[in-house]
Design a protein around this ligand. Structure first.
Ligand SMILES: [Zn+2]
Length: 156
């Protein structure tokens, strides 16, 4: 019995690694669709739902600037609008349009607040410089104090 559960454990772990690799790849790919004529800064995100579906997002800029939407929120809003409310992790990659990221692009505080609406403090945020260079964070480390004063019940 112990051997079976060990095996199951390792299979799950391998699947997660595989899913992470996929998320990283898809975040980098999503950058190519960024609409960023004002900043020339292309960001891509890939969000994994608990059901196993992946939603990609890119930044969508607007000439009024404040109407701009970040890649992370694009991915989250797409997923929520498709009926997904529970998530495992998100990968994010950003940098100058037309070239590979030169640095790690951290999610902004607005996106972290949106993540906190749907995700647990353990939600994994993978910040991607390349397929080989990533940094992993728990949401709680990036946003230790969340605005949740109006919360009436537990997260979805
Ligand atoms: Zn943001």
């Amino acid at each position: 019995m112990e051997k079976i559960s060990e095996k199951r454990g390792s299979v799950v772990k391998d699947m997660k690694k595989e899913q992470e690799r996929e998320l990283i790849k898809l975040a980098l790919e999503a950058r190519e669709r960024a609409y960023a004529p004002y900043s020339d800064f292309a960001v891509g995100a890939a969000l994994l739902s608990k059901s196993g579906e992946i939603f990609q997002g890119c930044n969508v800029e607007n000439i009024s600037y404040s109407a701009t939407n970040c890649a992370e929120r694009t991915a989250i809003f797409k997923a929520v609008s498709e009926g997904q409310l529970q998530f495992e992790g998100i990968a994010v990659a950003g940098g100058k349009k037309g070239s590979a990221p030169e640095d790690f692009c951290m999610p902004c505080a607005v996106c972290l607040q949106v993540m906190s609406e749907f995700c647990s403090p353990e939600f994994e945020v993978i910040v991607v410089k390349s397929e080989e260079e990533v940094r992993r964070f728990a949401l709680r480390d990036l946003l230790p104090f969340v605005f949740d004063s109006l919360r009436k019940e537990a997260r979805p």
